[in-house]
Design a protein around this ligand. Structure first.
Ligand SMILES: [Zn+2]
Length: 297
């Protein structure tokens, strides 16, 4: 795959049927490949994290302000452990899974067993930091651990917005295609419009195959052409970590004096690893002493 094809990622924010529903359509092939490379993800881990990152990038685009952020994580009790995604309002995301290298057997139909790897005995939690005193927290029990269905459940139960969610990652040696679609019914949606969307649902379900064949605009025409789509915004679902040295320095300071003294006297330095991008920040004994000064004040 050339870089040119990988770089066709994008998010379309759409109005359907004159505003009776809204939709987000995403091609996220490059973003999911970047997550796979960053964490050396197994195929099933690529599919699981890729689906959640793709969903989170669209949910990020639903946020109102640039400084807002959204965290979505799943604890399903499966061998992958926690699947974590953090998104910003520009569609950029970062994330991780606890166990990136597990590779369970394929399902009987030859597909990756995402639900089995994530687990079905647990919850999906969504935290929105909207710059207010308290973040918004919504939580639902998992339906299948396949992630798309679980996010749909979240929108319906926790945000009272009936939604259809399809997320897909096709992965061979590399990520072949990845994408997602969220359709949300607006309160004034007519019965006829609702029926059109429901009847179309089966063709939305193999979204990664759609993106294997079509670019973003082609996929919009293919999937939503009959629902009068109107593009009202665009964004890019890039994999991007915003960590920096200062943030980890503040983290070390917050450990407190005793802990810092232990690092200085016993370890003679510290190494801190970022879960989201795997960058390592090293602090020498001298640098830790400077942080200790700040902790004392
Ligand atoms: Zn980082």
């Amino acid at each position: 795959m050339t870089d040119k094809t990988l770089n066709l990622d994008g998010i379309l924010r759409l109005s359907l049927m004159g505003g009776q529903a809204r939709a987000f359509l995403t091609r996220s092939t490059r973003m999911v490949q970047d997550a796979r490379d960053t964490h050396r993800l197994s195929r099933v881990a690529t599919a699981a994290l890729g689906r959640l990152l793709t969903g989170a990038s669209m949910m990020g685009c639903m946020l109102k302000n640039d400084g807002d952020s959204l965290t979505a994580y799943i604890k399903g009790g499966g061998p992958l452990g926690t699947v974590m995604a953090v998104a910003k309002a520009d569609g950029s995301v970062k994330g991780y899974v606890d166990n990136p290298d597990i590779e369970p057997p394929l399902k009987a139909d030859g597909k990756l067993d995402v639900g089995g790897a994530v687990g079905r005995d647990g919850q999906l939690t969504v935290i929105k930091d909207l710059g207010l005193k308290e973040p918004y927290i919504g939580r639902v029990n998992l339906r299948s651990g396949e992630i798309g269905e679980d996010l749909a459940m979240y929108f319906t139960a926790s945000e009272q917005t009936p939604s259809l969610v399809s997320l897909g990652v096709l992965v061979g040696e590399d990520v072949v295609a990845a994408g997602g679609l969220i359709i949300q019914i607006m309160p004034d949606c007519s019965e006829a419009a609702l029926k059109s969307i429901e009847l179309s649902a089966p063709m939305f379900m193999n979204i990664s195959r759609t993106f294997e064949e079509f670019d973003l605009n082609g996929a919009m025409a293919q999937l939503l052409g009959h629902l009068e789509p109107e593009v009202i915004g665009t964004a890019r679902p890039a994999y991007r970590c915003d960590c920096n040295r200062d943030r980890f320095a503040r983290g070390l300071i917050s450990l407190g004096r005793d802990e810092l003294n232990t690092l200085i006297n016993e370890d003679h330095g510290a190494e801190v690893n970022c879960n989201f991008c795997n960058r390592t920040y090293r602090f020498t004994e001298k640098q830790l002493r400077a942080l200790l000064e700040r902790a004392q004040r």
